[in-house]
Structure formats: C-alpha cells, structure tokens
Design a protein around this ligand. Sequence first.
Ligand SMILES: [Zn+2]
Length: 71
Amino acid sequence: MSTEIPPPEVIYVEGHKVACNGGGGALGHPLVYLELGASGEVECGYCDRKFVHKDHAHDYADPSPRPEGAH
Ligand SMILES: [Zn+2]
C-alpha cells in the first residue's frame, strides 16, 4: 500500500545538450551525454531524470505562451 514511486526529477536546462551522471549517490551512473530532441526534452535512461528545455517547460513562466498544436 505504501509503494509509492516518487516522480522522476525534472531538470530545466537552457541548452540542447546535457550531461548526466545521476548526481552521484545511489542514483549515480557513468557520465552520459543526452541530446534534447525536437520535443525539447529527453529522459536519462540510467536514472530516469528528465531534462526539459526551459522553453518547453510547462511550469516555466513564459511571457508569450504559444498555443498548443499550432503548426
Ligand atoms: Zn542520469
């Protein structure tokens, strides 16, 4: 009943390439480089942390929000 899985950590970044080593500790892993795709986000296959470009972050205060699905 108390097997709640904590949500993966979301890290907002400004670039389109990130390096992740899990942040050390129990979740530490070899350093890997991840590239944010066109969606502006990528998930680390090792530690499940999610890297989101700040322009794509829904929680990030955007002064000029774009309508979704407008292509
Ligand atoms: Zn990682």
